[in-house]
Every structure is written in structure tokens, then in C-alpha cells.
Design a binder for this molecule. Structure first.
Ligand SMILES: [Zn+2]
Length: 147
């Protein structure tokens, strides 16, 4: 069974606050923090205060989403910024939690020649890059093939 992270390591920092929650225990999964419109039900990620779809003036509600998804499309990044380890797969992941809800994320634990559109994926938290100023590992949401 693959390792489940339940928090940050000593030399890790989040890529952005408020994007995801770690699992409560080793049997559960991390989840993304999105928002849902109280009026039209649209779900978005990253979270937003107001709905741009129906323009309701009611504040959107936080929801936990993104546990599973499918690969909508991808590219293989071979030449990136120096603090990113290349090559890596950058995917657009379609989430079943909302209509036309897609998330940009690195795909890990997947050999480059085995990536395919439509493959089932699960959310994971892992290394995105190395922070150039502090040398710390920047972690964020990523997806990996479902075992
Ligand atoms: Zn709405």
C-alpha cells in the first residue's frame, strides 16, 4: 500500500495555504478545499468567495473535493524552471465533484510511457519543487494513478 501523508515534514512548506487538507489518519485520503454555490450548486477550485456562474451575492460554501479524478489531458514537461525536477507530467484532472470541474496538477508515480488520457487518478500530497530562497521542499496537491 502506498504511503499516506498526514502532515508536513520538517523541511516542507505548502505551495499555497488553503488548497487542501491532509487525511485525518492513514486510512483516509487528502482532499482539496473547493467552494460550492448555495444557489446554483456549481463547485469550483481553488476556493472563491462568490459564484461567477450565476453571480449570486450569497457567499459560497467550503466543500472537500478531489479525492478521485480522471486524466482529461496532459503534457510532459522536459524543460522547466530550475527548481522543478524534470521531466514530469503536468495534467488537467477532471473531477466528478462538479460540472466541468478540472484541476491542473502534476501527475506522480506514473512512468512517462504509461500516462494515458482517461486514466483513473487519486489525490496525493507531494513535492512540487524546491523553494529557491529557503531550499525547503514545496509541497502541494498532485495526482497519481489508482492502484
Ligand atoms: Zn452559482
Amino acid at each position: 500500500m502506498k504511503q499516506v501523508r498526514t502532515g508536513y515534514g520538517a523541511d516542507e512548506i505548502p505551495i499555497r495555504e488553503g488548497c487542501f487538507v491532509f487525511p485525518d489518519n492513514e486510512q483516509s485520503r487528502p482532499r482539496l478545499i473547493g467552494t460550492q454555490c448555495r444557489k446554483c450548486g456549481d463547485v469550483v477550485f481553488p476556493k472563491r468567495k462568490l459564484c461567477t456562474l450565476c453571480e449570486s451575492d450569497e457567499l459560497m460554501e467550503e466543500v472537500f473535493i478531489g479525492e478521485k479524478g480522471t486524466l482529461y489531458t496532459y503534457t510532459i514537461v522536459r524543460a522547466g524552471y530550475p527548481n522543478f525536477e524534470t521531466p514530469y507530467i503536468l495534467g488537467i484532472v477532471e473531477l466528478p465533484d462538479g460540472k466541468d470541474l478540472r484541476v491542473l496538477a502534476q501527475i506522480e508515480d506514473c512512468p512517462l510511457d504509461q500516462v494515458r488520457i482517461g486514466m483513473p487518478l487519486e489525490l496525493t500530497i507531494g513535492k512540487i519543487k524546491t523553494d529557491t530562497r529557503t531550499g525547503k521542499t514545496v509541497v502541494g496537491h498532485k495526482y497519481r494513478p489508482v492502484e
